[in-house]
Ligand binder design. Sequence first.
Ligand SMILES: Nc1ncnc2c1ncn2[C@@H]1O[C@H](COP(=O)(O)OP(=O)(O)O)[C@@H](O)[C@H]1O
Ligand SMILES: O=C(O)[C@H](O)[C@@H](O)[C@H](O)[C@H](O)COP(=O)(O)O
Length: 168
Amino acid sequence: MADPHAPLVVVMGVSGSGKSTVGGLLAERLGVPYAEADDFHPPANIAKMAAGHPLDDTDRAPWLDAITDWITDRHGEGGVVSCSALRRRYRDRLRAAAPALFFVHLDGSEELIAARLTARMSHFMPPGLLRSQFDALEPLGPDEAGAVVAIDGGPQQLAERAYAALPR
Ligand SMILES: Nc1ncnc2c1ncn2[C@@H]1O[C@H](COP(=O)(O)OP(=O)(O)O)[C@@H](O)[C@H]1O
Ligand SMILES: O=C(O)[C@H](O)[C@@H](O)[C@H](O)[C@H](O)COP(=O)(O)O
């Protein structure tokens, strides 16, 4: 039976902030399924980013729709999805699928994230797009259910910080 208290969490932040790493560990800790937002992009979006161009709202629409469907399916069952969710209106869209959706924003300096991105191997996202991600980023508003987690620390430590930040 569905657990009405099963947490449904979006791990958000700019490219390279650690969403996939921390999201996977958090899902394990919670014992709920994990989804990687990059898997929801149409191939054209991946090609555009790989070619060094930031996505716009039109590109992101089908991607957000697909993530919204995943969240709708997990509503009442719990789950963790990594998704940059940079703009408030993107988060509003995701939240419409599950009003109790909780956002964990992985927050760190551009310098630290650029260093991690540059070291990351075999990924389509060029580090040169990081500035555009910070430009698009709208931090969580005071009326949004969520928490900011600082990314200075190892993956397990950050997953514990994220876990501790979830509503009880
Ligand atoms: N807490 C951390 N400490 C050091 N390196 C990290 C940490 N979290 C993630 N990384 C590394 O930084 C890079 C970006 O992390 P990733 O999870 O892919 O970020 P995102 O999903 O937000 O793009 C990867 O190479 C990952 O192994
Ligand atoms: O909306 C966007 O501009 C993209 O979705 C972007 O935010 C996302 O971060 C990329 O898919 C790169 O993937 P990583 O975040 O895993 O680097």
